[in-house]
Write a protein that binds this ligand. Structure first.
Ligand code: NAD
Length: 501
């Protein structure tokens, strides 16, 4: 089968069987469970606009039972007390199983979130890498750190916390499930994951594989499906969790942090962004323009850390914009499984309306529409397609200040290094900014001057296992992901002290 499957008839047999499931149930306590009230919700293929699955819609009482399963598994399944190397081996077996079925997972993911197939494959590879990274790292942690102090025997012991809750969005469902689950599991915790209602399928597919191969004790991994305001809210309110992790919009992040805060449960929030690229006049203009066009059209711009404000040094502004225009216009929009498609649909009609709405609001607020954007039609497909767009003007414009989450960049000139940095930092968000210049000393200076969790040099959207990735301000709080600190976040320290005299 080619890497760009052409549709449902080309699905791997295991994927076809999975998709024929009449009602996809949630998985908790090692069992497949439906909502007590029998309610379900539909999941669509964003590229075709057609229904692909019916999924059980859990309510609070159902979700609470899943959390009970995770709590029970923490105390009695043996996962929390298992030898570190044995637990790490289980994580590698999960990575092996996903690797063996990479094509299947990529098909499910591409179908469910409208992601270009090759990009879905890269996300699956990232999940595998994340599990292997934390499996290996967990074996290098000092779980009993002796502290040399006078007149006392002392050490810090590190233990898993208990049940951990995860609420994730729809833009990178499988990759983000990996970023959340792998460190928590490696540390010996049990997990309850709520995927977004638009994209629950890859997490459920994972549960099928884990169950079939008996890779985890029952109740260690639980996946609950449902709507944000019911199932998601139930996760955030449950007092039995010991750690909570939310990835999504700042608006919902605030609700989750408030609810978990009432139970004094620490929350890690990975939220939205309004990243800037600061482009100096000594760049290779065509190469830099291409990289930024690739970044903003990657997954139709539905990337939290994307470069959405392109700040261009004034003397190359016109040349740079000209290079970008041609490249944006030539991006091939198409169905996520079709050969040649470079940019697929956005995830839903709601998301398409959001992107188109911001174009209108931006223009009404005084922005120049350099590249019009708008709805795109794909022959034979009734999905949610939008064209890439470029806006320019005052950075106080609503489209320059608020997160659009689509293939839309806002352009503005700057004169000096000081002004470039100041404009980049003039936002409530603080996730990822980039600096583009052939002067690497200047790049290092500017990257450190950014008020954001990440500063990238001559590239954008650079996330590497081992390097902390997180946001500040409206982009997040409570620690980042994919680094040694992340594993530490899932280990509870206890200081043990014995006076010697
Ligand atoms: P969202 O906040 O609407 O939803 C995220 C998750 O929260 C979903 O699972 C949803 O069901 C759930 N939810 C909704 N209402 C809830 C409630 N009242 N209580 C509890 N849970 C609730 O976000 P989205 O539209 O799915 O995703 C887009 C956002 O995610 C963007 O802002 C994007 O920047 C952000 N994001 C951030 C990162 C990061 O690493 N910083 C990564 C990916 C996405």
């Amino acid at each position: 089968m080619s890497t760009t499957a052409t549709g449902p008839t080309a699905f791997a047999p295991a994927v076809a069987a999975f998709l024929s499931t009449p009602v996809h149930k949630s998985y908790h306590g090692g069992r497949w469970v439906e909502a007590a009230d029998g309610q379900t919700f539909d999941v669509l293929d964003p590229g075709a606009g057609t229904k692909i699955a019916t999924v059980t819609s859990l309510k609070k009482a159902d979700v609470d039972k899943a959390v009970d399963s995770a709590a029970e598994a923490f105390t009695s399944s043996g996962w929390a007390t298992m030898q570190i190397a044995e637990r790490a081996a289980r994580l590698h077996r999960i990575a092996d199983a996903v690797e063996k079925r990479k094509h299947e997972f990529a098909q499910v993911e591409a179908l469910d979130c409208g992601k270009i197939y090759s990009q879905a494959e890269a996300d699956v590879q990232n999940f595998i890498d994340t599990f292997r990274y934390f499996a290996d790292l967990s074996q290098a942690v000092n779980y009993r750190q002796v502290i040399a102090v006078k007149h006392h025997e002392a050490w810090v012991a590190r233990h898993p916390w208990g049940p951990c809750g995860f609420i994730i969005p729809w833009n990178f469902p499988f990759l983000l499930a990996g970023w959340g689950l792998a460190p928590a599991l490696a540390a010996g915790n049990t997990c309850v994951l709520k995927p977004a209602e638009d994209t629950p399928l890859s997490a459920l597919y994972l549960c099928h594989v884990i169950e079939e191969l008996d890779l985890l004790p029952a109740g260690v991994l639980n996946v609950v499906t449902g709507l944000g305001e019911t199932a998601g809210s139930a996760i955030s309110q449950n007092p039995r969790f010991r750690r909570m992790s939310f990835t999504g919009s700042p608006e919902v992040g605030r609700l989750v942090a408030e609810a978990a805060g009432r139970n004094l449960i620490p929350v890690k929030c990975e939220l939205g962004g309004k990243g800037a690229a600061v482009i100096f006049n000594d760049v290779d203009i065509p190469a830099t323009a291409q990289k930024l066009v690739d970044a903003i059209t990657f997954h139709a711009g539905q990337v939290c850390c994307d470069a959405t404000r392109w700040l261009i040094q004034r003397d190359i502004y016109d040349d740079f914009v000209g290079e970008c225009l041609g490249r944006m216009k030539s991006v091939q929009i198409g169905y996520q499984f079709d050969d040649g498609s470079q940019m697929g649909p956005v995830v839903s009609a709601k998301q398409r309306a959001r992107v188109l709405g911001y174009l209108q609001k931006g223009v009404a607020d005084g922005a120049d529409l350099i590249l019009e954007g708008g709805e795109a039609q794909i022959s034979g497909k009734n999905g949610f397609y939008v064209k890439p767009a470029l806006l320019a003007g005052s950075l106080n414009n609503v489209a320059a200040r608020e997160e659009i989450f689509g293939p839309v960049a806002f352009l503005a000139p700057f004169a000096s290094e000081e002004e470039g940095v100041r404009l980049a930092n003039d936002t409530d968000y603080g996730l990822g900014n980039s600096v583009w210049s052939s002067d690497l000393q200047r790049c290092a200076r500017v990257a450190e001057a950014f008020r954001s969790g990440n500063g990238w040099i001559n590239a954008h959207n650079v996330i590497v296992h081992g390097v902390p990735y997180g946001g500040i301000g409206k982009s997040g709080m409570g620690g980042g992901v994919v680094s040694p600190e992340t594993l530490n976040d899932y280990l509870r320290p206890i200081s043990v002290v014995r006076p010697l005299q």
